[in-house]
Design a protein around this ligand. Structure first.
Ligand SMILES: Cc1cc2nc3c(=O)[nH]c(=O)nc-3n(C[C@H](O)[C@H](O)[C@H](O)COP(=O)(O)OP(=O)(O)OC[C@H]3O[C@@H](n4cnc5c(N)ncnc54)[C@H](O)[C@@H]3O)c2cc1C
Length: 408
């Protein structure tokens, strides 16, 4: 049988991991198509860089299982490629008794998800782990880590090309046609034909799905997250990561303090509707993206239900001091002086027409096309496991591997 002709659309960490998995483990000729002039240009290159341990996710969900498997695979991969990876650990801090009750529920979930060595600590032990953090109790996850996800993506691409795969940058896929047993993929540079196409388009994933007549529900609604950078003189205030207990009234995690592998200490991200799916400058408005978001009834249903969150996030969006004040609840000695605006990321958050944020990873498709429709955090952590899962599922649908546990 001749090699399977596979195209992967989207050179973020997930698309690159999928392409590399096909090329390295299966008889396939693989082409990775990326519209930008570099890999990891969007979410993969604009995130917190946290290797999540799996605390938050519904046990049994794709997020829970692929995050844990993803950490194991990523750990091995960075060691092989000598990529900086630091297990600096994380605390989730309860500020009062109400939050303390929620902390216990979160801990039970972390245990159910198999997060290693996770435990609840009291105020004294919190002080030993993070001497500048305050709280009544905390969850300590000692193996939560930080990494440079673009460096991981480049190393994945290196393995892809070493295995004979091709990376085509500056190749925006503008049409897809699934007919007659193969899929035709169109870019400004021409048309190619493939047996199997995996679409990992991140912020554009709903539009790419629509090219093939897939349902437009769920829709991507872009939420930006700003980060602030703490001056060097204050970086030693945090050893690892300090997070709030998630508040069920708010859909995102809330401002936290995170170390980066380059030694920087970041505050953020907040969450606010972005005026462009790929806008990283504050004033860059993309009319089509705004129209798509505000013309989507789901967005207004979401907005109506999340008014308190919108008010909280508006405060952090307009006032850096307010932003720092959120972080200071956990690390009171943090000073506003010298804190500067850092990078911005935009989340590809899928939302259904009833205005509910889609929580789990969503992967849909047929035996010829697979779409990653929702891969928010911990998508980067989980990328190698998502790739393993997608490839096994795609080959199973084509009858190329038997029904059974995921191919490893
Ligand atoms: C602010 C923020 C913080 C986050 N923090 C973390 C974290 O700490 N840990 C974690 O695990 N996850 C985190 N995430 C989530 C993580 O970044 C994503 O889950 C992950 O990067 C998704 O990878 P991707 O490859 O699907 O998407 P992307 O990295 O967005 O890649 C999609 C690619 O598709 C390309 N593309 C789109 N349309 C086309 C087209 N028509 N033709 C060709 N190419 C196309 C784009 O240019 C892009 O390169 C965070 C995300 C954000 C935004």
């Amino acid at each position: 049988m001749s090699a399977l002709r596979v195209a992967v659309v989207g050179g973020g960490i997930i698309g690159t991991a999928v392409a590399r998995h096909f090329a390295c483990h299966h008889d396939a000729t693989v082409t990775l198509l990326e519209k930008e002039d570099r890999l990891a240009a969007h979410q993969t290159g604009h995130n917190s860089g946290v290797v999540h341990a799996g605390l938050y996710y519904e046990p049994g969900s794709l997020k829970a299982t692929l995050c844990r498997r993803g950490v194991d695979l990523l750990h091995g991969f960075v060691a092989e490629h000598d990529i900086a990876y630091e297990e600096c650990g994380k605390v989730v801090v309860a500020l009062d008794d109400r939050e303390s009750t929620r902390l216990d529920a979160l801990h039970a979930r972390a245990v159910a998800n198999g997060v290693p060595d996770v435990r609840v600590v009291g105020a004294d032990e919190l002080h030993e782990i993070e001497p500048h953090a305050v709280g009544v109790r905390a969850i300590h996850s000692p193996h939560t880590a930080i990494v440079d996800f673009p460096a991981v993506t480049d190393a994945l691409a290196g393995e892809l090309t070493a295995a004979g795969g091709t990376v085509r940058l500056g190749n925006e896929v503008t049409w897809l046609d699934d007919r007659g047993g193969s899929v035709r993929v169109g870019t400004a540079r021409g048309t190619d034909e493939f047996d199997l196409v995996i679409v990992c388009g991140g912020l554009q994933s709903d539009r790419l799905a629509a090219l093939l007549g897939e349902p437009t529900d769920p829709r991507i609604v872009p939420f930006y997250g700003d980060y602030f950078l703490v001056p060097e003189s204050q970086r030693n205030l945090v050893r690892g990561m300090v997070y709030p207990v998630p508040d069920p009234r708010y859909p995102f995690l809330g401002v936290h303090l995170t170390r980066r592998v380059d030694g920087a200490l970041m505050l953020g991200p907040n969450a606010f509707l972005s005026l462009g799916r790929e806008s990283y400058e504050r004033r860059r408005v993309v009319p089509r993206d705004v129209r798509d978001a505000i013309g989507f009834p789901g967005f207004w249903r979401f907005a109506a239900r999340n008014l308190p969150a919108a008010v909280r996030e508006t405060r952090t969006a307009v006032s850096p001091a307010r932003f720092v004040a959120e972080a200071r609840k956990y690390v009171p000695s943090l000073e506003t002086d010298g804190v500067v605006r850092g990078p911005r990321g935009v989340r590809a958050q899928a939302m259904d027409s009833r205005g509910r944020l889609v929580d789990d990873f969503v992967i849909t498709g047929t035996d010829r096309i697979v779409h990653v429709r929702n891969a928010p955090s911990p998508g980067a952590t989980s990328a190698l496991a998502i790739a393993e899962h997608i490839v096994a599922e795609a080959l199973r649908r084509r009858g190329l591997i038997p029904e059974g546990p995921a191919d490893r």
